[in-house]
Design a binder for this molecule. Structure first.
Ligand code: GDL
Length: 454
């Protein structure tokens, strides 16, 4: 396995999302899965672990360090690189020597625990310098390079083969266009950081639908090195109602030779990452003829046995349809899209013209709804708990639509017939957040406006 750990191309997972970090058992499970699928890296960067970011100056207790030590040992045993990241950017004073010492003290704890590889992350932080730092460095990029270079040199003296990663404050094309971090931020980073430091990059957007060779070549020029992709395609921390079990997609196999590697920052719920990881691993090692939908269907078939229930089995076809309902951030899977269009067309037409369409819709909706009910009996409880709130919501919407279509088909158009005792005014779709959401509607061009007056 040593050969895998020594390869330059990094491929694996970043635990880099907001929200509850994975627990120790989940991390072990993940590491086993990474090793089994031929991936080689785990980057430890849980945003809401206090000591990763908010309390980055506080040393680890022996117990906390013990947990990290066992993760590091497991990685070494399995031929995986464990990369430890610190996010000090919320409040660091860049020009203070004592701050760099604090960073070193923390990394020294990790070195003593056997960690060899490190990262400094400056994403999602205020992009302003204190007057002192401004006076000393003149630019945000120079202040960060000062800290990163000092820590990099210190690390390399102690861990000569260390990979050292840097996440810039503008970490995607859109942020760079808005000049986050100031004029020429990325050019400065490219010039000042030694070429051995890897620079993380999420693509044209924070969540990039596509990452093209052209885009990456442009970044190579600016950063003076191949970027290391931090891929948020399957991250769901920004929307608690969604998860993504679609395939790794929107990146062509040619991209692989243009980057230093790619690390997936996936769904917060580990149990929901089976298909993302399985298809990603295939992308990393796969042939030029790689096909995302094909990879998805194969991965769903492999995931299927985990859907064993205490009662009736879950048909694979229905599971694929459910997966299609929670596919990727910018698209539904093919089956869910057809289902949605069928429902939309029905609601926009007179029931007299429905023909067989209503029956088809009702049958498919009932299957999906029944599947959601059956999943409550999953033997794999963490998997069910990860799904339960989302599929509850899906069931409610399917149920409502079925009631509506049935009532219209039976020519009942009075308000009483279109009412549901399960979707009550005040509670159903209630709450402050949904009300606030209705005040401004998103438009296709990314802007927001109050919805058109009736
Ligand atoms: C981000 C954060 C990341 C988060 C993701 C998705 C980076 C570099 N940082 O901006 O922690 O999980 O978006 O919400 O991506």
């Amino acid at each position: 396995m040593a050969n895998r750990a020594s390869t330059r191309f990094l491929a694996g997972v970043i635990e880099g999302f907001y929200g509850q970090p994975w627990n120790q058992a989940e991390r072990f499970e993940l590491l086993d899965r990474l090793a089994a699928s031929g991936l080689n890296t785990y980057l430890y960067a849980p945003k809401d672990d206090l000591k990763h970011r908010a309390l980055w100056r506080e040393p680890y207790t022996p117990e906390e360090l013990g947990q990290l030590t066992s993760l590091i040992a497991r990685c070494q045993m399995s031929g995986l690189k464990f990369i430890y990241a610190l996010g000090a950017g919320l409040d660091i004073c860049y020009g203070e020597a004592a701050e760099i010492e604090k960073l070193q003290q923390r990394l020294a704890q990790l070195l003593a625990a056997g960690c060899e590889h490190f990262a400094l992350l400056f994403d999602d932080i205020p992009d302003r310098l204190s007057p002192e730092d401004h006076g000393r460095f003149g630019s945000f990029a120079l202040a960060q390079c000062h800290v990163a270079n000092a820590v990099f040199r210190w690390v390399r003296e102690r861990s000569p083969a260390a990979r050292f990663l840097f996440c810039p404050t503008p970490y995607c094309g859109r942020m760079a266009e808005r000049k986050l971090g100031g004029e020429n931020y990325l050019e400065t980073i490219g010039r000042e950081l030694p070429p051995e430091i890897d620079v993380l990059w999420t693509g044209p957007e924070i969540i990039s639908r596509e990452i093209t060779v052209e885009h990456v070549r442009e970044m190579q020029r600016v950063l003076r090195r191949k970027p290391l992709l931090w891929d948020n395609l399957h991250a769901n921390d920004y929307d608690g109602r969604r998860f993504y079990c679609g395939p790794y997609a929107g990146r062509t196999p040619e991209l692989r030779k243009e980057i230093a590697g790619v690390l997936l920052n996936p769904n917060c719920e580990l149990a929901l990452n089976f298909v993302p990881l399985r298809t990603f691993a295939e992308f990393v090692r796969g042939s030029a003829a790689w096909d995302a939908r094909h990879a998805y269907l194969a991965a769903m078939a492999e995931w299927w046995p985990r859907f064993a229930t205490g009662g009736q089995p879950v048909p694979l076809e229905d599971l694929v349809l459910l997966g299609d309902c929670y596919y990727l951030p910018f698209e539904e899977g093919a089956g869910a899209e057809v289902f949605f269009q069928r429902a939309r067309a029905l609601l926009a037409t007179d029931p007299a013209e429905w023909g067989e369409a209503a029956g088809k819709f009702l049958a498919q909706s009932a299957r999906l709804r029944e599947l959601c009910a059956r999943l409550t009996e999953l033997r794999d409880r963490p998997l069910f708990y990860a799904l339960s709130r989302r599929i509850w919501e899906l069931r409610e919407e399917l149920d409502l639509l079925e009631r509506y279509v049935t009532a219209r088909r039976e020519n009942k158009s009075s308000a009483a017939a279109l009412r549901s005792d399960f979707h009550l005014p005040g509670t159903y779709r209630g709450g402050l957040v949904p009300r606030l959401q209705r005040l401004l509607a998103p438009r296709a061009d990314g802007s927001f406006m109050p919805p058109a007056a009736p």
